[in-house]
Ligand binder design. Structure first.
Ligand code: ATP
Ligand code: MG
Length: 375
């Protein structure tokens, strides 16, 4: 499947336009602030129905307008078609998603249909930023790849919110504990899925990191808040440990007025090795380029997960990712895209010479004032 058509109306700085995209994709070239990232944001909106930049829907509506609409047509090489659309009304704060014209029963049913992965300069925050960035990453990948994950996560957030409210108000322990079963049942599903995903994908992360970094080692590990008895425990074992841990921190929770154990405190760790072979935490000690490399390796692993889950190539969106990388790293990323993926690539750059994907054969488009057109 590739994105053959994109129809935008009042999306960011774009009034209305219809783009017919070739199966191999396009290189979108334009000066700063013209709308290149906005365009990729629109494509990815059809994957998760949220802004990849974390912008609230209101901000996506063109200034002075009330409703945006994004519609994409996916075409299979064999000929099948699927149309996804999303519209948001600012005044009534209403979002409507349709797949082939019909509203899905749950939004979750419409997630991941584009099979897109986006690489962006802000991905460096996945490594250098706060733990919440990494949990958000895990939650998006696992919501796209694992049936039931999103529902468990939503139940967990609900139970956590209620429990934290009671703790903050200094409610009696028995009232707080009334939420423990729900917290443990949903939370252990979330933790078990995260642990399994990281364990499965860590070898591939290490491979990607080493290749892009020209041989330097890099590793990915899960840093769970609940002490896991083994790297990939079954859900009921996580539940047992989680419940026991809540018992142990009960007094501290009362004192601090919040829940102190659970997946809302999970993290990921990225490490490389020093010249002497000592492990170095990339979040604390990594150079900008090393942190970017780890973020790119993580996105590559995400692309693999999506490809395996959906059983087809992912649409790769590259938002000006080569700007801060040395030429060797850029070349090796391009080799990966050409070799392993081979599907549609939509990339942006302010400089025309920058982009050598598919041997420089990607059709070039210009972007000016929110309007993209073939050059
Ligand atoms: N809701 C909106 N309505 C109208 N214009 C908007 C809206 N949101 C953002 N913009 C405009 O979009 C432009 C930024 O677009 P975008 O981030 O896509 O730029 P870009 O081409 O990726 O630039 P750069 O090369 O600097 O990354 C800005 O000029 C901004 O004012
Ligand atoms: Mg941009």
């Amino acid at each position: 499947m590739y994105l053959s058509r994109l129809h935008l109306r009042n999306w960011r700085n774009s009034a209305e336009q219809v783009l017919e995209l070739p199966p191999e994709g396009a290189a979108i070239i334009g000066d700063n602030g013209q709308g290149k990232t906005n365009l990729l944001e629109a494509v990815y909106y059809l994957e998760i129905f949220r802004s990849f930049r974390g912008a609230p829907d209101e901000q996506l509506v063109r200034f002075g307008e009330d409703v945006f609409r994004v519609e994409g047509t996916l075409t299979a090489p064999e000929g099948g078609e699927r149309t996804l659309a999303a519209a948001f009304e600012r005044r009534r704060r209403k979002k409507k998603v349709t797949v082939n014209g019909a509203e899905p029963e749950r939004l979750g049913d419409a997630l991941g249909l584009v099979s897109a992965v986006i690489f962006s300069p802000s991905d460096v925050e996945l490594v250098a930023g706060a733990p919440g960035e990494r949990r958000r990453f895990l939650d998006i990948v696992l919501s796209l790849a694992e049936p039931g994950y999103l529902a468990a996560l939503q139940r967990y957030r609900h139970a956590l919110f209620q429990r934290n409210t009671l703790l903050r108000q200094g409610s009696p322990r028995a009232l707080v504990q009334a939420f423990d079963d729900a917290l443990v049942a949903s939370g252990s599903r979330v933790v078990a899925a995260r642990a399994r995903w990281v364990a499965e994908r860590a070898p591939s992360f290490a491979e990607h990191y080493a290749r892009v970094a020209g041989g330097q080692p890099g590793s990915l590990a899960f840093a769970p808040s609940v002490d896991l008895p083994q790297p990939t425990p079954p859900v009921d074992e996580v539940a047992r440990t989680f419940a026991a841990q809540l018992e142990r921190v009960a007094d501290r929770e009362t004192a601090r007025g919040m829940t102190l154990a659970g997946p809302h405190r999970d993290d990921l760790r990225f490490t490389t090795a020093s010249a002497e072979g000592q492990p170095l935490d990339l979040r604390t000690y990594g150079s900008g380029g090393q942190q970017r490399t780890a973020a790119i390796a993580l996105r590559m692993v995400e692309a693999e997960t999506i490809r395996e889950t959906r059983g087809r190539e992912s649409v790769i969106l590259l938002d000006d990712v080569f700007a801060e990388l040395d030429p060797g790293r850029s070349r090796r990323i391009i080799e990966w895209i050409d070799a392993a993926e081979g599907g549609q690539v939509i990339l942006t750059s302010p400089k025309p010479g920058d982009v050598q994907i598919h041997g420089g054969a990607l059709p070039q488009w210009s972007m000016k004032d929110g309007v993209a057109r073939p050059m």
